[in-house]
Design a binder for this molecule. Structure first.
Ligand code: UTP
Length: 292
């Protein structure tokens, strides 16, 4: 059985919902308190045993490469100033044992197309996909969503899609799945459709930005035509693959924040601000005073 050691991070989207913030900087470099969104996703993957990080980047995404690279000038200045705690933070953004690979998506043709760009590096291995704009906050002491999905893959060897229930009026914002009950929190997927209107939605179980995919997905992506929004949709390739390969849906327990939307991003910022070791207490008092 092949272990999951590779994760793909599609970071080539336009981030148009966040303009002008994303005009010159990638959405994935927006920060929650003191860490960019992409670092939260990378830490989740590394905790799940991933050792090869594959970023599918686009224009204006240089900052991501720089973030995970050595910062010689900054490091030598911090060293000279004896700021060892800060030096530590800068040097330990990712462990030395983890490799970063960058692939360029020439045009933002959709999430499915972005995943297909990773094919030369993924090869015939199963792999994880993490969308950094979906922040997953696991309960303290619990394994994170990617860890849980990697463990489930080890048991079942089927592709897996993370899902959560959404209000019926929101089905037109997500990939929506249909399934039959299998185990606790797990269903066997029988259908998936991208952004259905509420009256056409097969359920209210919506796909969140975590996947474990069998490499067979690439041949389906190669045959996938433009779908919803004129983009090559990962959902459409999964729907085609589902006819020949098993898929599970996993109802994760983490709190999910849609940081690709302004409101979700604000909610995540407040939550992480309140949890932050350095500023949490003062921030809580500040919010409390605001309300009274
Ligand atoms: P979104 O649907 O959030 O699109 O993409 P977006 O372009 O990032 O943001 P908006 O909707 O314009 O505000 C979901 C994920 O897929 C990636 C994005 O970077 C994000 O992580 N993506 C999307 C690509 O890598 N390439 C694409 O062509 C499209």
């Amino acid at each position: 059985m092949k272990k999951i050691t590779k994760a793909v991070f599609p970071v080539a989207g336009l981030g148009s919902r966040f303009l002008p913030a994303t005009k010159a900087q990638p959405k994935e470099m927006l920060t929650l308190v003191d860490k960019p969104l992409i670092q939260y996703a990378v830490e989740e993957a590394i905790a799940a045993g991933i050792t090869e990080l594959i970023f599918v980047t686009g224009r204006n995404k240089r900052a991501i490469e720089d973030h995970f690279d050595t910062a010689y000038e900054l490091e030598s200045e911090l060293e000279a100033a004896n700021k060892t705690a800060l030096l530590d933070i800068v040097q330990n953004v990712i462990p030395k044992s983890v490799t970063c690979i960058y692939i360029r998506q020439p045009a933002a043709l959709g999430l499915g197309h972005a995943v297909l760009c990773a094919k030369p590096v993924v090869g015939d291995n199963p792999f994880a996909v993490l969308l950094a704009d979906d922040l997953m906050l696991a309960e303290l002491g619990h394994p994170n969503t990617t860890e849980q999905m990697v463990a489930l893959y080890a048991q079942e060897q089927a592709s897996i899609v993370a899902v959560q229930n959404v209000p019926l009026v929101q089905t037109n914002q997500y990939g929506i799945v249909r399934g039959v009950s299998y185990k606790d929190h797990i269903e066997r997927m029988t259908g998936i459709v991208e952004k259905p209107a509420s009256n056409a939605a097969p359920s209210t179980l919506a796909v969140a930005g975590r996947y474990i995919l069998n490499s067979a997905i690439f041949s389906y992506l190669e045959r996938t035509e433009k779908g919803s929004g004129g983009e090559i949709q990962l959902t459409d390739a999964i729907a085609a693959m589902l006819k020949d390969h098993p898929y599970l849906t996993y109802r994760f327990s983490a709190m999910r924040y849609d940081c690709g939307s302004k409101l979700g991003y604000l909610k995540a910022s407040v939550t992480l601000g309140l949890l932050h070791r350095e500023v949490g207490e003062e921030f809580k008092a500040f919010l409390h005073n605001m309300q009274s």
